[in-house]
Design a protein around this ligand. Sequence first.
Ligand SMILES: [Zn+2]
Length: 316
Amino acid sequence: MPHATTAATAAETDRQVRRLYHLAYRIHRIANLLANPQATGDGVAYATTRIPRALSAARRLLTLPGVAEHDETPYALSFLTAAERQLNAPPTTLLRIAAAARTAAAHADAADDDLRVVVFRDIEERCRYLVNTAMPEPALGRRGLTTRDRAASDTLQQWAAQWGLTQPADTPNPTASAPPRTEPVPTVPAELSRQATDRAAARARCAAGIRCTEPDCLTYGALKVTFLPSAWLCTTCIPAVNKRLAANGYAPDAVQPDPAGTPKSARYFVTLYNAIGKGSRSVQCSSPQRAQFIAETERPFNNTGYTICVSAPPRN
Ligand SMILES: [Zn+2]
């Protein structure tokens, strides 16, 4: 019965074309991860693994009888070729570098390596900026990377390579995450050296601990006190603040060094907030030195203010 066989073959072809469609839609969503300037390392790794696999699966489907010639196949294929283009476009390389730079900056931070923190964060920021620029925004008259952007992208990639940030994602042990101290450091721009010097200076200042919150004092090594929960006061400011409070009708000596103090196991929470608008971010630290250092070096907003709270771990 040739007629029935033809019908069965047509139904099978339709089924395979539907599979191709599902694949194309899924891949379209995954490829969008590579269009996001803030994509995480995990997101980029996922997309760069999944897209090639989906493309091979699609190629296999295309070899099945009737699939390549099906009327609706070109539309499904348009998603797949777009995903492939996205995968091989400069933004994907830049996002990979950005993710490697973020990881390397965290390692450098843990190792108190201020120069590398500054360099890696700068690389990450510039990569993400270029990825954002690369996304066409017709409403803004933007059609992707200009010749100048491409040159900037090439220079940035070479710079990242000098710092060991361009190994393929599947290569273990990138040198950037554990830089041997004897390795010669590329010459960095003066602005980055200055930032690294500032960071090292902040680290040295913060060795004395949390800063007194009295605006005209700001001495390092202040104490947690009773009565004023967000204040940290030095021993000179405690009597001065008590005097001021007493003048406003509060009990004399209301403020005292907190007897619970700051036990070794305490956790410090630095809240960085936008002093002139919305938004805040909290960072947890395990020492007062680190908390003060974060408060002085992290600037998520143009006008960043901070408060430092401490909490003792629950007693068992
Ligand atoms: Zn003080």
